[in-house]
Design a protein around this ligand. Structure first.
Ligand SMILES: C[C@@](CO)(OP(=O)(O)O)[C@H](O)COP(=O)(O)OP(=O)(O)OC[C@H]1O[C@@H](n2ccc(N)nc2=O)[C@H](O)[C@@H]1O
Ligand SMILES: Nc1ncnc2c1ncn2[C@@H]1O[C@H](COP(=O)(O)OP(=O)(O)O)[C@@H](O)[C@H]1O
Length: 287
Protein backbone atom coordinates (compact mmCIF):
# COMPACT_ATOMS: atom_id res chain seq x y z
CA UNK A 1 0.00 0.00 0.00
CA UNK A 2 1.28 3.51 -0.87
CA UNK A 3 0.19 6.93 0.45
CA UNK A 4 1.47 10.49 0.02
CA UNK A 5 0.92 12.82 3.00
CA UNK A 6 1.42 16.60 2.85
CA UNK A 7 3.50 18.07 5.69
CA UNK A 8 2.91 21.84 5.80
CA UNK A 9 5.28 24.30 7.46
CA UNK A 10 4.22 26.54 10.36
CA UNK A 11 4.97 30.14 11.19
CA UNK A 12 4.71 31.83 14.58
CA UNK A 13 2.60 35.00 14.48
CA UNK A 14 3.51 35.67 18.12
CA UNK A 15 6.10 33.86 20.22
CA UNK A 16 6.40 34.49 23.94
CA UNK A 17 8.59 32.60 26.43
CA UNK A 18 7.18 32.87 29.96
CA UNK A 19 9.55 31.02 32.27
CA UNK A 20 12.10 28.21 32.50
CA UNK A 21 10.69 24.90 33.77
CA UNK A 22 12.30 22.34 36.08
CA UNK A 23 12.47 19.85 33.20
CA UNK A 24 14.84 22.12 31.25
CA UNK A 25 12.18 23.29 28.78
CA UNK A 26 10.45 26.68 28.81
CA UNK A 27 6.77 27.53 29.15
CA UNK A 28 5.79 29.28 25.92
CA UNK A 29 2.71 31.10 24.64
CA UNK A 30 2.62 31.39 20.86
CA UNK A 31 0.11 31.77 18.05
CA UNK A 32 1.03 29.37 15.25
CA UNK A 33 -0.53 28.84 11.85
CA UNK A 34 0.17 26.67 8.80
CA UNK A 35 1.30 27.93 5.40
CA UNK A 36 1.10 26.43 1.93
CA UNK A 37 4.75 25.34 1.82
CA UNK A 38 4.89 21.61 2.44
CA UNK A 39 7.04 18.51 2.30
CA UNK A 40 5.50 15.46 0.63
CA UNK A 41 5.90 12.24 2.62
CA UNK A 42 5.67 9.04 0.50
CA UNK A 43 4.78 6.01 2.65
CA UNK A 44 4.98 2.43 1.31
CA UNK A 45 4.21 -0.54 3.58
CA UNK A 46 6.85 -3.29 3.56
CA UNK A 47 6.54 -7.01 4.34
CA UNK A 48 10.01 -6.77 5.97
CA UNK A 49 9.99 -5.61 9.60
CA UNK A 50 12.08 -2.48 8.96
CA UNK A 51 11.83 1.32 8.65
CA UNK A 52 13.61 2.80 5.64
CA UNK A 53 14.11 6.56 5.18
CA UNK A 54 15.22 8.39 2.06
CA UNK A 55 15.36 12.20 1.67
CA UNK A 56 15.84 14.26 -1.49
CA UNK A 57 17.98 16.78 0.45
CA UNK A 58 21.50 15.62 1.26
CA UNK A 59 21.98 17.49 4.53
CA UNK A 60 19.01 15.86 6.23
CA UNK A 61 19.74 12.57 8.07
CA UNK A 62 18.26 9.49 6.32
CA UNK A 63 18.51 7.28 9.40
CA UNK A 64 17.17 6.98 12.96
CA UNK A 65 18.03 10.66 13.56
CA UNK A 66 15.31 11.65 11.11
CA UNK A 67 12.19 12.77 12.99
CA UNK A 68 10.03 10.97 10.43
CA UNK A 69 11.86 7.71 11.24
CA UNK A 70 11.31 8.35 14.96
CA UNK A 71 7.57 8.73 14.37
CA UNK A 72 7.34 5.34 12.63
CA UNK A 73 9.53 3.78 15.33
CA UNK A 74 7.28 5.05 18.13
CA UNK A 75 4.16 3.60 16.49
CA UNK A 76 5.83 0.26 15.73
CA UNK A 77 7.10 -0.04 19.33
CA UNK A 78 3.66 0.66 20.78
CA UNK A 79 1.25 -1.18 18.51
CA UNK A 80 1.17 -4.75 17.15
CA UNK A 81 2.06 -3.85 13.58
CA UNK A 82 3.14 -6.47 11.02
CA UNK A 83 5.87 -5.52 8.57
CA UNK A 84 7.58 -2.17 8.13
CA UNK A 85 7.49 1.00 6.08
CA UNK A 86 9.58 2.84 3.53
CA UNK A 87 9.53 6.64 3.97
CA UNK A 88 10.58 8.90 1.09
CA UNK A 89 10.72 12.59 2.04
CA UNK A 90 10.30 15.06 -0.82
CA UNK A 91 11.57 18.14 1.02
CA UNK A 92 10.38 21.63 0.09
CA UNK A 93 10.59 23.26 3.55
CA UNK A 94 13.99 24.85 4.25
CA UNK A 95 15.88 22.92 6.95
CA UNK A 96 16.60 24.35 10.44
CA UNK A 97 14.61 27.39 9.42
CA UNK A 98 12.17 27.98 12.32
CA UNK A 99 9.38 26.46 10.20
CA UNK A 100 9.15 23.05 11.97
CA UNK A 101 10.29 21.24 8.83
CA UNK A 102 11.33 18.09 10.68
CA UNK A 103 8.45 18.25 13.19
CA UNK A 104 5.83 18.45 10.45
CA UNK A 105 7.37 15.44 8.64
CA UNK A 106 7.09 13.44 11.87
CA UNK A 107 3.47 14.55 12.30
CA UNK A 108 2.66 13.54 8.72
CA UNK A 109 4.12 10.05 9.31
CA UNK A 110 2.02 9.68 12.49
CA UNK A 111 -1.15 10.63 10.58
CA UNK A 112 -0.31 8.51 7.51
CA UNK A 113 0.66 5.32 9.38
CA UNK A 114 -2.30 5.66 11.76
CA UNK A 115 -4.39 5.31 8.60
CA UNK A 116 -2.37 2.66 6.76
CA UNK A 117 -1.96 0.47 9.83
CA UNK A 118 -5.60 1.06 10.85
CA UNK A 119 -4.53 2.00 14.39
CA UNK A 120 -7.70 4.05 14.91
CA UNK A 121 -5.89 6.66 17.07
CA UNK A 122 -7.38 10.16 17.50
CA UNK A 123 -5.39 13.25 16.56
CA UNK A 124 -5.13 13.96 20.31
CA UNK A 125 -3.52 10.53 20.87
CA UNK A 126 -1.16 11.08 17.93
CA UNK A 127 -0.25 14.52 19.33
CA UNK A 128 0.61 12.94 22.71
CA UNK A 129 2.91 10.46 20.95
CA UNK A 130 4.32 13.31 18.84
CA UNK A 131 5.34 15.28 21.94
CA UNK A 132 7.97 12.58 22.59
CA UNK A 133 9.60 13.54 19.28
CA UNK A 134 9.55 17.34 19.73
CA UNK A 135 7.62 20.28 21.16
CA UNK A 136 6.35 21.48 17.77
CA UNK A 137 5.04 18.05 16.68
CA UNK A 138 1.67 18.18 18.53
CA UNK A 139 0.67 21.38 16.68
CA UNK A 140 1.84 19.87 13.36
CA UNK A 141 -0.38 16.80 13.95
CA UNK A 142 -3.44 19.07 13.81
CA UNK A 143 -2.32 21.98 11.64
CA UNK A 144 -4.56 25.04 11.53
CA UNK A 145 -4.26 28.07 13.80
CA UNK A 146 -3.73 27.67 17.52
CA UNK A 147 -2.38 29.22 20.69
CA UNK A 148 0.31 26.82 21.96
CA UNK A 149 1.22 26.82 25.67
CA UNK A 150 3.23 24.60 27.98
CA UNK A 151 6.14 23.16 25.99
CA UNK A 152 3.97 23.61 22.89
CA UNK A 153 1.57 20.69 23.49
CA UNK A 154 -1.25 22.62 25.22
CA UNK A 155 -3.19 23.78 22.16
CA UNK A 156 -6.23 26.08 21.93
CA UNK A 157 -7.53 26.25 18.36
CA UNK A 158 -8.85 29.59 17.08
CA UNK A 159 -10.28 30.82 13.77
CA UNK A 160 -8.02 31.03 10.73
CA UNK A 161 -6.56 34.42 9.87
CA UNK A 162 -8.01 36.12 6.75
CA UNK A 163 -6.49 34.68 3.54
CA UNK A 164 -3.25 36.48 2.80
CA UNK A 165 0.25 35.94 1.39
CA UNK A 166 3.44 35.22 3.25
CA UNK A 167 6.92 36.18 1.99
CA UNK A 168 9.44 33.86 3.67
CA UNK A 169 13.13 34.78 3.67
CA UNK A 170 15.51 32.08 4.91
CA UNK A 171 19.21 33.15 5.02
CA UNK A 172 21.94 30.48 4.95
CA UNK A 173 22.70 31.00 8.68
CA UNK A 174 22.03 28.00 10.91
CA UNK A 175 20.86 28.66 14.47
CA UNK A 176 20.24 25.94 17.05
CA UNK A 177 16.84 26.15 18.73
CA UNK A 178 18.41 24.95 22.00
CA UNK A 179 21.05 27.67 21.82
CA UNK A 180 18.47 30.42 21.31
CA UNK A 181 16.34 29.24 24.24
CA UNK A 182 19.45 29.23 26.42
CA UNK A 183 20.44 32.75 25.38
CA UNK A 184 17.05 34.31 26.17
CA UNK A 185 17.05 37.06 28.77
CA UNK A 186 13.74 36.28 30.48
CA UNK A 187 13.82 39.46 32.60
CA UNK A 188 14.20 41.84 29.65
CA UNK A 189 11.64 40.88 27.04
CA UNK A 190 9.25 42.78 24.84
CA UNK A 191 6.33 40.41 25.45
CA UNK A 192 3.83 40.10 22.58
CA UNK A 193 0.19 40.99 23.26
CA UNK A 194 -1.10 37.47 22.59
CA UNK A 195 -4.69 38.42 23.47
CA UNK A 196 -4.63 41.30 20.96
CA UNK A 197 -3.31 38.93 18.26
CA UNK A 198 -6.10 36.43 19.03
CA UNK A 199 -8.68 39.23 18.81
CA UNK A 200 -7.20 40.47 15.54
CA UNK A 201 -7.43 36.96 14.07
CA UNK A 202 -10.94 36.30 15.38
CA UNK A 203 -12.12 39.60 13.85
CA UNK A 204 -10.06 38.97 10.66
CA UNK A 205 -8.39 42.35 11.07
CA UNK A 206 -5.31 42.07 8.81
CA UNK A 207 -3.84 45.42 9.92
CA UNK A 208 -4.12 44.51 13.59
CA UNK A 209 -2.55 41.10 12.92
CA UNK A 210 0.39 42.90 11.32
CA UNK A 211 0.62 45.33 14.24
CA UNK A 212 0.77 42.49 16.78
CA UNK A 213 3.46 40.31 15.15
CA UNK A 214 6.12 39.84 17.86
CA UNK A 215 8.76 37.22 18.69
CA UNK A 216 10.83 37.40 21.91
CA UNK A 217 13.54 35.25 20.33
CA UNK A 218 14.54 37.93 17.80
CA UNK A 219 17.24 39.65 19.91
CA UNK A 220 19.00 36.34 20.66
CA UNK A 221 18.99 35.21 17.02
CA UNK A 222 19.89 38.70 15.72
CA UNK A 223 22.95 38.66 17.99
CA UNK A 224 24.10 35.28 16.65
CA UNK A 225 23.13 35.93 13.01
CA UNK A 226 23.02 39.72 12.28
CA UNK A 227 21.94 39.08 8.66
CA UNK A 228 18.55 38.02 10.05
CA UNK A 229 18.00 41.51 11.48
CA UNK A 230 19.09 43.07 8.15
CA UNK A 231 16.49 41.01 6.28
CA UNK A 232 13.76 42.18 8.65
CA UNK A 233 14.86 45.81 8.19
CA UNK A 234 14.93 45.43 4.39
CA UNK A 235 11.42 44.00 4.29
CA UNK A 236 10.18 46.94 6.39
CA UNK A 237 12.02 49.39 4.10
CA UNK A 238 10.32 47.77 1.09
CA UNK A 239 7.00 48.67 2.68
CA UNK A 240 5.99 45.38 4.32
CA UNK A 241 2.98 45.93 6.62
CA UNK A 242 4.01 43.28 9.15
CA UNK A 243 7.34 41.45 9.52
CA UNK A 244 8.70 39.08 12.18
CA UNK A 245 11.08 36.13 12.61
CA UNK A 246 9.48 32.67 12.75
CA UNK A 247 10.30 30.44 15.73
CA UNK A 248 13.98 30.48 16.69
CA UNK A 249 14.75 31.58 13.13
CA UNK A 250 16.57 32.29 10.92
CA UNK A 251 13.51 32.63 8.66
CA UNK A 252 11.88 36.09 8.66
CA UNK A 253 8.44 36.55 7.09
CA UNK A 254 6.20 39.41 6.02
CA UNK A 255 2.45 39.23 5.56
CA UNK A 256 0.90 40.78 2.43
CA UNK A 257 -2.78 41.34 1.67
CA UNK A 258 -2.33 40.87 -2.09
CA UNK A 259 -0.17 38.67 -4.31
CA UNK A 260 1.22 41.73 -6.15
CA UNK A 261 2.36 43.27 -2.87
CA UNK A 262 3.94 39.95 -1.90
CA UNK A 263 5.86 39.75 -5.17
CA UNK A 264 7.06 43.36 -4.78
CA UNK A 265 8.68 42.33 -1.49
CA UNK A 266 9.93 39.08 -3.04
CA UNK A 267 11.57 40.85 -5.98
CA UNK A 268 13.14 43.41 -3.65
CA UNK A 269 14.77 40.68 -1.55
CA UNK A 270 15.75 38.48 -4.50
CA UNK A 271 18.32 41.12 -5.35
CA UNK A 272 20.08 40.37 -2.05
CA UNK A 273 19.59 36.69 -1.34
CA UNK A 274 18.27 33.28 -2.35
CA UNK A 275 15.95 31.37 -0.05
CA UNK A 276 12.96 33.69 -0.65
CA UNK A 277 9.46 32.19 -1.11
CA UNK A 278 5.94 33.52 -1.61
CA UNK A 279 3.32 31.17 -0.11
CA UNK A 280 -0.30 31.43 0.99
CA UNK A 281 -1.25 31.48 4.64
CA UNK A 282 -3.45 28.35 4.98
CA UNK A 283 -4.44 28.42 8.64
CA UNK A 284 -6.92 25.51 8.48
CA UNK A 285 -6.62 22.09 10.15
CA UNK A 286 -5.84 18.86 8.30
CA UNK A 287 -8.91 17.31 6.71
C1 LIG B 1 11.17 27.56 18.82
C2 LIG B 1 9.99 26.80 18.33
C3 LIG B 1 8.76 27.70 18.31
O1 LIG B 1 7.73 27.14 17.52
O2 LIG B 1 10.12 26.33 16.99
P1 LIG B 1 11.29 26.23 15.92
O3 LIG B 1 12.13 27.45 15.98
O4 LIG B 1 12.06 25.00 16.28
O5 LIG B 1 10.57 26.10 14.61
C4 LIG B 1 9.70 25.55 19.19
O6 LIG B 1 9.45 25.92 20.54
C5 LIG B 1 10.83 24.54 19.16
O7 LIG B 1 10.24 23.28 19.12
P2 LIG B 1 11.13 22.00 18.73
O8 LIG B 1 12.08 22.42 17.62
O9 LIG B 1 10.22 20.86 18.49
O10 LIG B 1 11.98 21.83 20.06
P3 LIG B 1 12.43 20.44 20.73
O11 LIG B 1 13.07 19.59 19.67
O12 LIG B 1 11.30 19.90 21.54
O13 LIG B 1 13.53 20.99 21.76
C6 LIG B 1 14.79 21.44 21.30
C7 LIG B 1 15.41 22.23 22.46
O14 LIG B 1 14.75 23.51 22.53
C8 LIG B 1 14.52 23.87 23.89
N1 LIG B 1 13.08 24.06 24.13
C9 LIG B 1 12.15 23.62 23.21
C10 LIG B 1 10.80 23.84 23.45
C11 LIG B 1 10.42 24.51 24.63
N2 LIG B 1 9.12 24.76 24.91
N3 LIG B 1 11.36 24.93 25.53
C12 LIG B 1 12.69 24.72 25.29
O15 LIG B 1 13.55 25.12 26.11
C13 LIG B 1 15.11 22.76 24.76
O16 LIG B 1 16.41 23.13 25.09
C14 LIG B 1 15.15 21.58 23.80
O17 LIG B 1 16.21 20.70 24.13
N1 LIG C 1 12.53 15.15 8.33
C1 LIG C 1 13.42 16.13 8.64
N2 LIG C 1 13.40 17.29 7.95
C2 LIG C 1 14.27 18.29 8.27
N3 LIG C 1 15.19 18.22 9.26
C3 LIG C 1 15.22 17.07 9.96
C4 LIG C 1 14.35 15.98 9.70
N4 LIG C 1 14.62 14.98 10.57
C5 LIG C 1 15.62 15.44 11.36
N5 LIG C 1 16.02 16.67 10.99
C6 LIG C 1 17.08 17.46 11.66
O1 LIG C 1 16.38 18.43 12.48
C7 LIG C 1 17.04 19.70 12.41
C8 LIG C 1 16.14 20.74 11.75
O2 LIG C 1 14.83 20.52 12.09
P1 LIG C 1 13.72 21.50 11.47
O3 LIG C 1 12.41 21.01 11.98
O4 LIG C 1 13.92 21.66 9.98
O5 LIG C 1 14.10 22.89 12.16
P2 LIG C 1 13.06 24.01 12.63
O6 LIG C 1 12.26 23.36 13.74
O7 LIG C 1 13.94 25.13 13.06
O8 LIG C 1 12.22 24.34 11.44
C9 LIG C 1 18.26 19.52 11.56
O9 LIG C 1 19.33 19.26 12.44
C10 LIG C 1 17.94 18.27 10.72
O10 LIG C 1 19.11 17.59 10.40
Amino acid sequence: MHKVVKAPAKINLTLDVLRKRDDGYHDVEMVMTTVDLADRIHLTLLAEDEIRVEVNKGHVPANKNNLAYQAARLLKDRYPVKGGVSIYIDKHIPVSAGLAGGSTDAAAVLRGLNDMWSLGLSLEELADIGLEIGSDVPFCVFGGTAVARGRGEDLTFISSPPPCWVVLAKPPAGVSTKDIYQRLNLDQMNHPDTEAMIQAIETKNFKEICNNLENVMEPATFELAPEVKKIKQRLIQFGAEGTVMSGSGPTVFSLAKTESKAYRLYNGLKGFMDGVFVVRLLGHRHE
